[in-house]
Design a protein around this ligand. Structure first.
Ligand code: AHG
Ligand code: MN
Ligand code: MN
Length: 335
């Protein structure tokens, strides 16, 4: 039976009234993300063609090489988000400090804060493997009309108004939640429109995929090692399949569709793990919970963690509910 394909633009408008403080501003913000996604997608698709791959020479705050496309995506998202009078502050993985958006309108009422990982999985760019963008949206805490402060950004993940990612994969998709389930939209490159292709996405309760960088195995806590051995054991429906793309967005996306768990634990090399609470873990945790999944640092719900710094890292375990709970049990058993 043929049915009308809904575009992302139509979906945003139709669902506007379901937001708690609906005024059209969040819709407009989501539309600017939709626009930036298309621009960055166009550039990502050309990465192998033009001289855009390779490091630009800068090192970001985490001490990693910045690639040209990171810088491009960062600039495009910031530019697009500041163009409308909606966002009052932006923090990005690629910027040392947060940005206070100076609205053109002196009496501006801008109330939204956006946090982004503009290019996730950046080591995959020069080898033609999927990368992504992650975004997280909050309402400011300080009064409107004033400059934003660090406190506006250091909110618990549970305060998120919306979160999502764009995956630049075999097709480009935008997947997001406003706290009412998770919906996925696929870009039709011929028409330049995103269409609702994956309504109401859910993690299967159980899964058979484990995504972890096993190169760090010897440095993992004993509980994590035990869980990995459990996943490899020939028993019941195991061994699981191990799949690791090295781009959180892509690993998460596959695990949500097929059922699986993603792990970036702490290790003796990285005491707090590697992933960033504000730009990566919180938005993914919000999506996971909205899709019946779970996200934890091994002990605590990610969304309950009170952030203390902008670029804070946290151990991250996320995916199918039962798998995450089993992993947590292994970690706690050793303490
Ligand atoms: P980014 O490209 O934004 O720095 O993020 C990369 C992250 C995450 O997406 C990925 O899963 C992980 O780092 C890979 O880290 P390892 O190479 O240490 O496994
Ligand atoms: Mn990242
Ligand atoms: Mn990044």
């Amino acid at each position: 039976m043929a049915h009308k394909k809904q575009t992302l633009g139509e979906f945003i408008i139709e669902n506007q009234t379901s937001f708690k403080y609906s005024s059209g501003e969040l819709s407009s913000l989501l539309n600017s993300i939709r626009l930036a996604a298309k621009i960055v997608n166009h550039e990502v698709n050309k990465a192998g063609l033009v001289d855009i791959v390779g490091s630009v020479g800068d090192v970001n705050i985490q001490g990693e090489d910045q690639q040209k496309l990171d810088v491009y995506a960062n600039n495009k998202f910031i530019q697009t988000l500041t163009n409308r009078n909606i966002v009052c502050g932006i923090a990005s993985e690629e910027e040392d400090d947060f940005i206070s958006v100076n609205s053109r309108d002196e009496n501006h009422q801008n109330k939204y804060i956006v946090l982004i990982d503009p290019l996730d999985g950046s080591s995959n760019i020069d080898v033609n493997v999927s990368v992504g963008t992650i975004f997280s949206i909050y309402r400011r805490k300080t009064p409107v009309g004033q400059p934003v402060t660090l406190d506006d950004f250091l909110q618990k993940g549970s305060q998120q108004v919306a979160a999502g990612y764009i995956i630049y994969g075999t097709s480009t998709m935008l997947v997001y939640t406003t706290g009412d389930g998770v919906n996925g939209f696929t870009l039709n490159p011929a028409l330049g429109s995103f269409y609702l292709s994956h309504p109401n996405m859910k993690f299967p309760e159980d899964g058979k995929i484990c995504s972890v960088n096993e190169g760090n195995y010897t440095h993992f806590p004993q509980g994590v090692k035990n869980y990995i051995k459990y996943c490899q054991k020939e028993e019941d429906d195991r061994p699981y399949t191990f799949r690791y793309i090295g781009s959180l967005v892509s690993d998460f996306h596959r695990n949500m569709i097929k059922g699986g768990i993603y792990l970036y634990p702490k290790s003796s090399l990285l005491e707090e793990g590697k992933l960033r609470l504000l730009y990566e873990c919180n938005p993914m945790a919000f999506l996971a919970e909205q899709a019946n999944g779970k996200a934890s640092d091994g002990y605590r719900r990610i969304l309950d963690i009170q952030p203390t710094e902008l670029h804070q890292r946290v151990p991250f375990i996320c995916g199918s509910k039962n798998m995450v709970e089993t992993c947590e049990a292994f970690i706690r058993e050793v303490e």
